[in-house]
Design a protein around this ligand. Structure first.
Ligand code: SAM
Ligand code: DTB
Ligand code: SF4
Length: 369
């Protein structure tokens, strides 16, 4: 284990803060999760105190921090594709792709590279700036890597930012992905360390942190977040955000998923989470990780326009765009664009470094309007 891997370990749930900065003082400086002045020593008590604020006070604080770091009228747009579907050996209680649950999902082998690129071209044409590819694997097999790497190179050649979520990685696999040009690796902590064992038994929290360490060491950006609405309590939501914020560097992208309850999974009948509690989670994520993109992720299909608008106000500035997530429905792209127009929101232009030397003029970049 290298020194930086050792730093990817769980934060004890209640450590005393040694920082002098207060939660109400947003860090100044340019946006970027490596920005100096960001805190990595949040205690559970401090975070729970944020959750306990009156709703308007919490949103005002989160929105002020959001404005200090981002254009509040821009939202980053990613598209998601399942490149290998179902038949996953893991037992994540929320997931329709686990082979252990009868969800009626039709498994599909790893896609061919050209079929993935066809979808990536469509995503680029519809205005997405990042293309995220997900595989229902515990971890990729070495024999899968050449095809996966070809997908990364192909997506990059279209001028899109690339993201993958393939399960646990070895340090070598992380390096291969980085060398192929992968920009982001998505690997979620999912929930607090204490609640984690109620949801997944086939891999540990430590395993997840180890993969995040390899991803960081290989030089890729981290996309890591979790799921709410799985029957956890507020302290678990605080615990998830505490783990993410206290990583050696904040993840550049923090997806907050609302559980999509799928028939056949153990969480199919989970009770509704109070929508304001979901908004609070977004707001607290924004306060803790001021320079990170906070993604309003799964579960949007069940959220109305007012809820979307509140989430954007609270600090969410990224979405998955397109009518499907991995296996479940997502709002149609034109509904998102219509809401953006009503709210005066523009898609965030893609990062300059992702543009190819010679962009293909056939593909329209809606975000670059
Ligand atoms: N198999 C890989 C892994 O788990 O590391 C990558 C794909 S997995 C589907 C990616 C993430 O999707 C999970 O970590 C989880 O946070 C999220 N997810 C899966 N099913 C979900 C559901 N029903 N509702 C909300 N989020 C879900
Ligand atoms: C993430 O945090 N959410 C996305 C992405 N990372 C891979 C996945 C959501 C999956 C929702 C259930 C499904 O469609 O299968
Ligand atoms: Fe498999 Fe990923 Fe689903 Fe867990 S979340 S069952 S690892 S596809």
């Amino acid at each position: 284990m290298t020194e930086s891997h050792a730093a990817y370990s769980t934060t004890s749930s209640s450590t005393t803060s040694s920082s002098t900065s207060s939660p109400s003082s947003p860090s100044a400086g340019p946006a970027g999760a490596l920005e100096p002045g960001l805190r990595h020593d949040w205690t559970r008590e401090e975070i729970q105190a944020l959750f306990a604020l009156p709703f308007n006070d919490l949103l005002f604080r989160a929105h002020s921090i959001h404005r200090a770091h981002f254009d509040p009228n821009q939202v980053q747009v990613s598209t998601l594709l399942s490149i290998k579907t179902g038949a996953c050996p893991e037992d994540c209680a929320y997931c329709p792709q686990s082979t252990r649950f009868e969800t009626g999902l039709q498994p599909e082998e790893l896609m061919e590279v050209e079929a993935v690129l066809e979808q990536a071209r469509a995503a680029a044409a519809s205005g997405a700036t990042r293309f995220c590819m997900g595989a229902a694997w515990r971890s990729p097999k070495d024999r899968d890597m050449p095809r996966v790497l070809a997908m990364v190179r192909g997506v990059k050649s279209l001028g899109l930012e690339s993201c993958m979520t393939l399960g646990m990685l070895t340090d070598d696999q992380a390096q291969e992905l980085a060398d192929a040009g992968l920009d982001y690796y998505n690997h979620n902590l999912d929930t607090s360390p204490e609640y984690y064992g109620d949801i997944i038994t086939t891999r540990t929290y430590r395993d997840r942190l180890e993969t995040l360490g390899y991803v960081r060491d290989a030089g890729m950006k981290i996309c890591s977040g979790g799921i709410v609405g799985m029957g956890e309590d507020q302290s678990d939501r605080a615990g998830l955000l505490q783990q993410l914020a206290n990583l050696p560097e904040h993840p550049e992208s923090v997806p907050i998923n609302m559980l999509v309850r799928v028939e056949g999974t153990p969480l199919a009948d989970e009770a509704d989470l109070d929508p304001f509690e979901f908004i609070r989670t977004i707001a607290v994520a924004r306060i803790l990780m001021p320079a990170s993109h906070v993604r309003l992720s799964a579960g949007r299909e069940e959220m109305n326009e007012q809820m979307h608008a509140l989430a954007y106000f609270a600090g969410a500035n990224s979405i998955f765009y397109g009518e499907r997530l991995l296996t479940t429905p997502n709002p149609e792209a034109n509904r998102d664009m219509a809401l953006f127009a009503r709210l005066g929101i523009e898609p965030e232009p893609r990062a300059v470094s992702a543009a190819p030397a010679d962009p293909d003029p056939r593909f329209y970049d809606a975000a670059a309007r």
